[in-house]
Write a protein that binds this ligand. Sequence first.
Ligand SMILES: Nc1ncc2ncn(CCCCCNC(=O)c3cc(-c4ccc(F)cc4)cc(O)c3O)c2n1
Ligand SMILES: [Mg+2]
Length: 214
Amino acid sequence: MDQSKEQRILNSVSYNAVKGDPESVLDCIDNYCSQKEWAMNVGDEKGVILDKVVEEADPTIALEFGTYVGYSAIRIARLLKPNARLLTIEFNPEFASIAREIIEIAGLSEKITIIEGHSQDIIPQLREKYQVDKVDFVFLDHWKERYCPDTILLEECGYLRKGSILLADNIVYPGAPDFIKYIRSHKSFDCTNYPSHLEYMKVEDAMEKAVYMG
Ligand SMILES: Nc1ncc2ncn(CCCCCNC(=O)c3cc(-c4ccc(F)cc4)cc(O)c3O)c2n1
Ligand SMILES: [Mg+2]
């Protein structure tokens, strides 16, 4: 059976990255995906925007939708303070398993919990099953049609607090028009757009930050 692209990314990280060094894992994935096979990681250009927003949020509890191979989970978790945690949701079991191995190579398994399932099913369970009270930072990078309903669900479940920061990938490409329409017209969110480019391509993309005002 032929290996998947995601398995080939894991092979490259396993062979080339320095164990326990998150930066070397990120560099390895970026090099592989820009030189060998494109993959939908947030990448190094939008990754710098992600870094800045995570540093601004300085979250104790961070949440991510769409783990994929764990690139953005590593980007986020490497910046977290000692007792801070990242919960990342992935519904594809093969991707979740590959992400678990790549996160282990980065030495960040203690800071990151991968939850297998659909965001809409997991969000209502976060309080009881994962002892989540409030979420300080959310990175949306899953199905683009789920950005809007899942933001509403987070608010309805009471996980957002004054100052909670949401950051959404792919606002231009593939795009999340209903999310943008909703979040920019909702009085409780203060939005900022960050123009950038699609990972590893010269195609225009952008990220949107939305601060919950309570
Ligand atoms: N509900 C739920 N809960 C949990 C989940 N876990 C996973 N999923 C499903 C996630 C499916 C992948 C999402 N990501 C993308 O589709 C994506 C695509 C491109 C892209 C593609 C082709 C092009 F030609 C150009 C750009 C670039 C990006 O940066 C992207 O992030 C879940 N869903
Ligand atoms: Mg993305």
